[in-house]
Design a binder for this molecule. Structure first.
Ligand code: FAD
Ligand code: SIN
Length: 535
């Protein structure tokens, strides 16, 4: 089966939906999304969107905080663009119906999070992401030009390597003409051709055993782009969120940093504040600093968690400001108004991804990327809290503008794109291979490529993952595609990219801390870029 659109958007989180809305006036848009439409990291966002609204705050201060959190590695032009464009796009969300929490005077109620020297987090209580996602989905529903397809898993981008053009004839340039997509309801692979493709597939937290990310976060976009020959950067910078609920059934439920902005303090089992010695912002230090301090505290004491204490604040204020967290903890028999919350760090956000320029263009012509899948230069070695939704909004707009220009400038004739070829594959019943490999990858990444790293652990991880990848590739080639095998293959690729990037960085910076090179090397202020040569 074959479909043709002007624009193909892969992913239905904040990045995909926002770009689709902007594109709808310029042509036909298909959004493919691999599960139910609201199943995205976006939906789980709690804290909010960082943006300058307070009269005493300034763009310069937001830029400075972003640079400091990033350990000096972010690209200043990208940061400036995001910070300065942010307020307009946040207001647009409010116009779409997001009912942001307001002060009695009607201004945005601004929260504070780690690394911010000012209150600047616009939020809807502690469920900002859910409300943003629902407002965007509602707006998309009313656009006749947009077709949204659930349970459609992109497998691979369609580029020259699917079309039999000899290397001599095509030179070194690469073009993207859409994607092969598995309709998982019908178990059928469809060919989606498009003049421009926007990749908005989100992050890869599922590569780790403990993560705040939902099951969809399997790094598909990064893996697809890597296979297609695009540059991937800074994958070593996986952000671990310092505070997720420590409870065997809670599945790394996030306890928002906004709770610390509200006055919550990190303590150990003996009730001692341990962040004051680490950073002048104490419990509100940037995430890399707090996650490492918790890790060290747990290793020193032998305890399984630390605690976040907010009991000194009035109970009614806590319940009103953090209703979701209050209810969730209550479900696990923890009353956050009267007892400290047990917390541990978990994998949260990928600062690296598919390299884009300021226009959201990747190195493949006709392919644009925005949101967590991309590496725009905004986050450097450690993302500042609540800068992710902000970056996704701004780059979604930028990508849409670039894609629309691209469409206007081009004289499109699609090359003869073949249908998906599954000859010689069979329906495997060896699903235990998938579940076993998946767990092996997650354990490997958690144990060897976590908050504190070393050459020995990374090299061990690399030799293991190479073997696992090899086996998975063999299995993939022989097996009829399913969501499970697609995701496993992508997770294995992303795991290898994280390990390789970590080995390439011979210093500690931001989220990448290694005992072999414990210091930053300021003469080496570079992104780690990995790219596959396509023949
Ligand atoms: P997502 O929202 O993850 O959307 C990706 C989409 O792509 C999904 O629809 C997915 O199904 C789809 N997809 C993936 N692969 C495929 C495929 N192969 N084929 C088809 N579709 C595919 N950031 C902040 O700035 N502020 C916060 O307060 C905040 N809180 C957070 C709390 C939690 C618990 C988590 C997990 C993250 C939080 N973040 C926060 C980070 C932020 O939510 C994400 O970085 C952001 O939402 C990413 O948006 P996105 O559109 O790029 O990706
Ligand atoms: C949080 O609410 O703590 C998460 C914010 C973020 O990931 O930026």
């Amino acid at each position: 089966m074959s479909f043709e659109f002007d624009f193909l958007v892969i992913g239905s989180g904040i990045a995909g939906l926002s770009s689709a809305l902007k594109l709808a006036k310029h042509g036909t848009v298909a959004i493919v999304t691999k599960k139910e439409k609201a199943e995205a990291n976006t939906t789980y966002a709690q804290g909010g969107i960082a943006s300058v609204f307070h009269p005493k705050d300034s763009y310069e201060q937001h830029i400075k905080d972003t640079l400091e959190a990033s350990a000096g590695l972010c690209h200043m032009d990208a940061v400036r663009m995001v910070v300065e464009r942010g307020p307009t796009l946040v207001r647009e969300l409010a116009t779409l119906g997001v009912d942001f929490t307001r002060t009695p005077e009607g201004f945005f109620d601004l929260g504070r999070e780690g690394g911010h020297h000012h209150k600047r987090i616009v939020h809807v209580k502690d469920h900002t992401g859910r409300d943003v996602e629902l407002a965007l989905l509602n707006a998309v529903k009313h656009k006749a030009n947009i077709t949204l397809l659930e349970n459609h898993v992109a497998i691979d981008l369609i580029t020259e390597h699917h079309i039999f053009i000899p290397t001599q004839a095509r030179g070194s340039s690469l073009n993207c003409w859409g994607a092969y997509v598995l309709d998982s309801g019908k178990s059928r692979v469809k060919r989606f051709t498009a003049k421009a493709t926007i990749l908005a597939t989100g992050g890869c937290g599922q590569v780790y055993l403990h993560t705040t990310n939902p099951l969809i976060a399997t790094g598909d976009g990064v893996a697809m782009c890597f296979r297609a020959g695009a540059a991937i950067a800074n994958m070593e910078f996986m952000q671990f969120h310092p505070t997720t609920l420590y409870h065997s059934d809670a599945d790394s439920f996030l306890i928002t940093e906004a709770l610390r902005g509200f006055g919550g303090r990190l303590i150990n089992k003996r009730g001692e504040l341990f962040m004051d010695k680490q950073h002048d912002l104490a419990s509100l230090a940037p995430r890399d600093v707090v996650a490492r301090a918790i890790d060290a505290e747990m290793k020193k004491s032998g305890e399984r968690c630390v605690f976040l204490d907010v009991t000194h604040k009035p109970a009614d204020e806590i319940i009103n400001r953090f209703p979701q967290i209050y209810q969730k903890c209550k479900h696990y028999k923890i009353d956050i108004t009267s007892e400290p919350i047990p917390v541990v760090p978990a994998a949260h956000y990928s600062c690296g991804g598919v390299v884009t320029n300021l226009r959201g263009e990747t190195q493949i012509t006709g392919l644009f990327a925005c949101g967590e899948v991309s590496c725009t230069g905004v986050h450097g070695a450690n993302r500042l809290a609540s800068n992710s939704l902000l970056e996704a909004l701004v780059y979604a707009e930028t990508c849409a503008r670039s894609a629309q220009h691209f469409l206007k400038s081009g004289n499109f004739t699609f090359p003869p794109v073949p249908y998906w070829d599954d000859q010689g594959t069979f329906n495997s019943e060896e699903w235990v291979l998938i579940s076993h490999d998946l767990l092996e990858i997650k354990n490997l990444m958690w144990d060897y490529v976590g908050i504190v790293r070393s050459n020995l652990r990374l090299e061990r991880a690399l030799s293991r993952i190479r073997l696992i990848r090899h086996e998975i590739e063999n299995f993939y080639r022989r097996t009829t595609v399913t969501p499970g095998i697609i995701e496993l293959r992508n997770l294995a690729t992303v795991a290898q990219l994280i390990i390789q990037a970590a080995l390439l960085r011979k210093e500690s910076r931001g989220l990448h801390y290694t005992t072999d090179y414990p210091k930053s090397d300021d003469d080496y202020l570079k992104d780690t870029v990995i790219q596959q040569q396509i023949m």
